[in-house]
Design a protein around this ligand. Structure first.
Ligand code: SF4
Ligand code: SF4
Length: 323
């Protein structure tokens, strides 16, 4: 039984609880080969925060003890963590599906030539950020030549079989709006991406995930500095759809930071909101090895309206087919 009911901030967002755990999402650290201005963890080449070997071992034990189905790794660039390959090998040997949230330019970074082969050999699903199918928009958000380098990397993944019919190697792309708007309908934007990327670069992929911007951290600060925060919250609240509550990602996922502390989702991690199941800050993954989280409460706040607006949003894209 879980009887805590965390209300850390005043919000009228409805109470929600967990279902059976399916996914462990791990942030392996803030080291990245890029330093995008909009990055929500301010990752970059000089960051030193990396999940250590002892915490990786606890995570492997957690996968086994909790019969987790999916391991979702993120960062920074998760491949830059020196234990990345051991973690993926261990997960695959437990028959856990692995998703790598990949900034595709890592594939052509000196010293990381192994990444494409390794991901394909281990049948890792690649979820690659590509905020637009045009060069100026991508380079403006992510830096000079990032579009060109991303295209080269996606072409390499295609050569390895990614995004190709019946290969079993999934290549999914991620889009989020650059400003204070909701993402356009996922299906029609996916069609546009498919056509442009294939016609202009010969690239094929499986699915496009559209993700709403959360009014927190750097994007939240940008909204405040432009005096748009209130309008964006009104937009999210007016677009609230109750049916999306059924599929918000926190209902079957936990998110772990580079130190091993656990949160209800990646956004709560950024806000350091305690896990709803314990209501305590700094709940470590090692303390949950034998804990059944089913039916535990989830810590919610106003940013949760970002997950339930319109077609809904999660780290796997829209929750519904159409807005
Ligand atoms: S590639 Fe991703 S993790 Fe790296 S700096 Fe850019 S947004 Fe951050
Ligand atoms: S931000 Fe979304 S995923 Fe996170 S707790 Fe709120 S509703 Fe759940």
């Amino acid at each position: 039984m879980h009887d805590t009911k965390p209300r850390l901030t005043q919000t009228d967002f409805p109470d929600i609880g967990r279902r059976a755990l399916q996914t462990l999402q791990m942030n392996l650290g803030y080291l990245c080969n890029l330093a995008c201005t909009h990055c929500h963890v301010a990752a970059g080449p000089k960051r030193t925060e990396l999940m250590d070997r002892a915490t990786i071992d606890v995570a492997i034990e957690f996968l086994r003890a909790q019969s987790v189905r999916t391991l979702d790794v993120t960062g920074g660039s998760p491949e830059m963590n020196p234990h990345f390959r051991d973690l993926v090998h261990a997960a695959r040997s437990l028959d856990v599906h692995v998703m790598d949230r990949c900034n595709p330019t890592i594939l052509n970074e000196p010293g990381y030539e192994w990444v494409a082969d390794f991901l394909a050999e281990n049948q890792v699903e690649v979820v690659a950020s590509l905020p637009c199918y045009t060069e100026p928009n991508v380079d403006q958000q992510r830096g000079k030549h990032v579009f060109e380098r991303s295209i080269e990397a996606l072409q390499r993944l295609n050569q390895h079989g990614y995004g190709q019919r019946d290969s079993g190697l999934e290549l999914n792309l991620v889009y989020n709006p650059s400003g204070a708007t909701l993402p356009p309908p996922q299906a029609s934007l996916e069609d546009d991406y498919r056509q442009h990327l294939f016609d202009e670069h010969g690239i094929e992929f499986n699915r496009l995930f559209t993700i709403a911007n959360m009014p927190i951290k750097r994007f939240g600060s940008m909204l405040i500095s432009k005096n748009q925060f209130g309008d964006y919250m009104t937009l999210l609240k007016n677009a609230y759809r109750r049916e999306n509550l059924q599929s918000v990602m926190c209902r079957d996922l936990v998110s772990v930071d580079w130190r091993g502390y656990v949160y209800d989702c990646d956004f709560n991690q950024m806000l350091e909101m305690p896990l709803g199941a314990t209501g305590r800050p700094h709940t470590h993954l090692r303390d949950l090895l034998q804990t059944d989280l089913t039916d535990a409460p989830i810590s919610v706040a106003d940013h949760c309206y970002g997950c339930t607006a319109g077609q809904g949003s999660s780290c796997g894209g829209a929750l519904r087919g159409a807005a």
